[in-house]
Design a protein around this ligand. Structure first.
Ligand code: SP5
Ligand code: ZN
Length: 369
């Protein structure tokens, strides 16, 4: 279907929810995520244990299973959809760069130490040195890469595209339970724990069916997804996040960033003050959902981060399970076929309650005490 021929969406009914009659959401996940397990990274100048851990996904999988949702494994998809978003050189770096780095004397955990400043002449020269190449592609020191990282990240794309396929085939909602996360990875860069961007890859792959919207609920601004669709009028990017004045990624996510060229007006940023709780957060989610509705998407992709929750160790907002439940209801009210793609969320002990609450909201069930 060509852009402009998108069928009108009927207005939603929150009480009815947005799920099959039994309320079970199909959830796609893949054990290969475990192959991405770096033992350290650099945050705030300190060597720390990565908050983005395999245990996060274990907690989420356990919770969705015990809430009665249906776990399935992904089907393999070709690279086309990946290369429709990411530079081929970046993909080659993810596939081959770690081995080259180790062969040149780098540590098992690959973390760049030298970055070309954009203020160098012409933004800096490309490097072929295996110890230099990572600083060309990766923009921070908190995105460690190990030997299995590529396999894990690529599996995460298959997970998301499989969930999208379920929605194409008629599921009202499907959930891609994937890691590492993706929304900080852009067309030709990676960072912020993100290697590839499954939500952006999924959103672009769905544009053959009409307009697409990405609703980003992760506490951090999704600079990568924003950049992928910056000039693309077919895909709305709407994000609610802790303001970059105080929160990572610091250089992106201000409310005057609205897209450019033909995409001017299809980027919407709603940065919030540190400490914002349910009232302020759900009000901003409502504004974002209204922007999504105005775009009249045939399909919605939700970048689902749970790091806006109060106990999160790296976020600075204070959303509760009730807030995430309300956000789920607001998504359901759009009554639009929806692919949920996991992003951040690092309070491992809270993740189960947060995902169960959000999915209860999406499926029209009450918040459990
Ligand atoms: C997908 C996602 O949520 N990525 C977030 C990447 C954040 N990386 C920087 C983490 C800095 C943590 N600072 C710790 C401060 C503790 N008070
Ligand atoms: Zn985040």
């Amino acid at each position: 279907m060509a852009t402009g021929e998108v069928p009108a969406q009927t207005s939603g009914d929150a009480a009815a929810g947005h799920a099959p009659p039994n309320g079970a959401v199909p959830v796609v996940t893949d054990d290969r995520h475990r192959l991405h397990h770096p033992s350290y990274e650099l945050n705030g100048g300190r060597t720390v244990t990565p908050p983005e851990s395999p245990e996060r996904l274990d907690a989420l999988v356990t919770a969705v299973a015990s809430a009665g949702h249906e776990l399935t494994t992904p089907v393999a998809h070709p690279d086309d959809a990946v290369l429709a978003v990411h530079d081929a050189g970046m993909v080659r770096f993810l596939r081959e760069g770690h081995a080259a780095w180790v062969a040149a004397g780098g540590a098992e955990v690959m973390i760049p130490d030298t970055f070309p400043s954009p203020r160098w002449a012409e933004g800096g020269r490309r490097s072929d040195a295996p110890l230099g190449v990572p600083g060309w592609w990766c923009f921070d020191t908190a995105t460690p890469i190990v030997a299995g990282s590529w396999t894990a990240a690529r599996a995460g794309v298959d997970v998301a595209l499989t969930a999208a396929g379920l929605v194409r085939d008629g599921a009202p909602v499907a959930y891609a339970l994937t890691r590492p996360p993706g929304h900080h990875a852009g067309p030709d860069y990676l960072g912020g724990f993100c290697l590839l961007n499954p939500a952006a890859i999924t959103a672009r792959s769905l544009t053959d069916g009409g307009h697409v919207a990405v609703l980003d609920l992760d506490v951090h601004h999704g600079n990568g997804t924003q950049d992928v669709f910056w000039r693309d009028p077919a895909v709305l990017y709407a994000s609610v996040h802790g303001g970059p004045q105080h929160l990572y990624p610091f250089f992106s996510g201000f409310d005057d960033e609205v897209g450019a060229g033909p995409g001017r007006g299809t980027t919407r940023n709603l940065p919030l003050p540190a400490g914002t709780g349910d009232a302020g957060w759900t009000a901003a989610v409502e504004v974002a959902v209204d922007a999504v509705a105005a775009h009249r998407p045939a399909t919605l992709v939700v970048s689902l981060g749970f790091d806006a929750a109060e106990p999160d160790p790296i976020g600075d907002l204070a959303v509760s399970r009730a807030g995430y439940h309300r956000a789920g209801e607001l998504v359901a009210e759009l009554a639009t076929p929806t692919v949920l793609v996991q992003e951040g969320g690092y309070a491992v002990d809270a993740l189960g309650g947060l995902v169960a609450s959000f999915l209860a909201g999406v499926t029209g069930r009450p918040l459990e005490p």
